[in-house]
Design a binder for this molecule. Sequence first.
Ligand SMILES: [Ca+2]
Length: 86
Amino acid sequence: MTLRSQLQIRAREVETDHVTDATVSVNVVDMNDNNPQFSAESYSGRIKEDSVRGDAVTMTTAVSASDADSGSFANVTYSITGGSDV
Ligand SMILES: [Ca+2]
């Protein structure tokens, strides 16, 4: 998310006290400062015992994670990083 703020500034001449005003627009640019968060702590799914590599697991609830950043900073990919045999 990008926030925009407008500030009014004034320059004052010391000797004469003449002034002039201007506006400064400041765009606060989003940083990639949020980690993705899963929508649940765990998920479960089912698969037939005679399944072969590449068969799909039927999930009870779709696995989903989101990231509070914007644009490409919020892109989420998934990978299996571990597990146990049944
Ligand atoms: Ca992020």
